[in-house]
Structure formats: C-alpha cells, structure tokens
Design a protein around this ligand. Structure first.
Ligand code: KIV
Length: 289
C-alpha cells in the first residue's frame, strides 16, 4: 500500500524543488480518487461548509463536522497525508483549548496534521500543538473565516503595509513551528517573496506561480455541484457537474417514459420455484398446486 508522506518529507520537497500537489476532499469517494490520482496532501478544508453543506461562509462549520468528514477521508485515502482545518474560533480560546480541539481531529478524526488561519498572533497556539506532537500548517492572505472582518473575498497584500505584515507573519509562523504555509489570494510577487524568505513550503491558491506547491478545492477543479462560480485562479479540469446533471435528467426521462428498468434489470423467478412458493397463480395467472 502507498505510504503517506511525512512532515520531514514534505519539508524536503521544498529543498529538492519538487512541487507539492494538495487537493481538498471531504468524503470517502473524493479522497479515494485523490489518492489514486497521486495527490501529495489531502486537505479536509472547512470549505466543505460552502461546497458540501451549502453555507454561504465557513463560519458555521463545527469541530464535529470536521471530525466526521475527516474520518471518511481517512478511510478513502489511507496512504495519503491528511491535514484537517481547525474550524472557526476553535483555536482562539487559548493554547490549552486549541490543543484539546486539535487533538480530537487527530484522535477521533484520524488526521495527521491541522491547519489554522492567522499569523504571528497564533504563535503560542502553534508552539503548544507542535510540542504535543501535532503538526501545523499556517494559512495567510485571504483567510475565509475572517470574511466578515475583511469584507469579502479579495486579493490580499496589495499595499506595502499589508505586504510587509504578511511577510512578517510568514516568518513568525515558521519560527513558531509550522511545516507549511497556505497562501490564499495573494499577489504573485508577494507570494514568491514569502516563498523565498521562509524555509518551509508555501502552498498557493490564487497566489501565482512562485509557491512551492498548489492547492485547489475539489469541487472547483472538476466543477462538481450546482452554481460553481468561475474563479480566475481555478483551472477547471473536467465538468463533472454537467455530466451528472445530464445523467440524472436521462434517468428521470427514462422512468417517466418507461425506458427504465428494462427486462435485463429485473430478477426472474423460474416456474418451479414459483410453484413451490405457491405463488404461481398470483404471479403467472395459473392455478394453485
Ligand atoms: O478550506 C479550504 O479548502 C482551504 C483551502 C482553500 C486552502 O482552506
């Protein structure tokens, strides 16, 4: 069986200049396909709030949701590193509460590592987790859990002050002990500068070509779902949503026009068995034996 990559191996990929392919997955079949396709890291992202649970933001996603989805992902991809998002506010009540919550994602969910959105302000929490043996990935730039503060899903780090803060945050995360940093919706030059200035891999989404790896949301990559928005930073590799829609509408049409089921989809009963079951008259219109 394939072996999941370890934290030292992921860090070594940056030194070796080997790009890291990360993808989100939220359930058994998506995880299984991601593993079969060779992704390096599966992220059980709290984006599941948007693409699986139908919320407008990731804010309503709970720790229980993340544990539940992580479990099924782990069953689908036993040979892949699984990183699970700590949901909104579950790492903002101090290092001890953060450790308690992160430990549940590993112990009950089966994740190998957790991801948290934020910068230098999370240093204490990150130190507490790494000291307890819980690897952490940081997340800078557009941090969707703070959408109400940021005021929308906008590109970050566009002025000097913001760019310098992001660079300082990346260094602080590295010092605190993260083994990777997701950079979301950050200008390409800033993401490249951050990538050069830290020793841990950066994994970009909407952050251009200069990162050590890339991550996309599963449903965006294959256009799975209804009302998937076109996003500039997403490359769509298949239109699975349209394929599914067409398949379901063909099924509905078949049922309504008696095109399904056909004879081959049924299970016949031979006459002898039918007689033995004393069903012959009712089934075949014959006489009871
Ligand atoms: O929740 C998520 O899917 C994420 C990715 C967008 C990086 O955090």
């Amino acid at each position: 069986m394939k072996q999941a990559l370890t934290v030292p191996k992921i860090k070594a990929m940056k030194q070796a200049g080997k790009p890291i392919a990360m993808l989100t997955a939220y359930d058994f079949p998506s995880a299984k396909l991601a593993e079969e396709a060779g992704v390096d890291i599966i992220l059980v992202g709290d984006s599941l709030g948007n693409v699986v649970l139908g919320y407008d933001t990731t804010v309503p996603v709970t720790l229980e949701d993340m544990i539940y989805h992580t479990r099924s992902v782990v069953r689908g991809a036993p040979g892949t590193m699984i990183v699970t998002d700590m949901p909104f506010a579950t790492y903002r009540l101090g290092p001890e509460e953060t450790l308690r919550n992160a430990a549940r994602l590993l112990r009950e969910g089966g994740a190998h590592a957790v991801k948290m959105e934020g910068g230098a302000d999370l240093a204490e929490e990150i130190r507490r987790l790494t000291a307890a043996g819980i690897p952490v990935i940081g997340h800078l730039g557009l941090t969707p859990q703070s959408v109400h503060t940021i005021g929308g899903y906008k590109v970050q780090g566009k002025d000097r002050h913001e760019a310098e803060k992001l660079l300082d945050d990346a260094k602080a995360l590295e010092q605190a002990g993260v083994f990777g940093i997701v950079l979301e919706l950050v200008t390409e030059p800033l993401a490249a500068a951050v990538t050069k200035s830290v020793g841990v891999p950066t994994i970009g989404i909407g952050a251009g070509r200069g990162c050590d790896g890339q991550v996309l949301v599963y449903h965006d990559l294959i256009r799975y779902g209804s009302g998937i928005r076109d996003k500039r930073f997403v490359k769509t590799y298949a239109d699975v949503g349209e394929t599914i829609r067409q398949a379901i509408s063909a099924y509905v049409n078949d049922v309504k026009t008696l095109g399904f089921p056909e004879e081959k989809h049924g299970f016949p009963l031979d006459e002898a068995s039918a007689k033995e079951m004393a069903l012959a008259s009712r089934l075949y219109g014959g006489e009871n034996p």
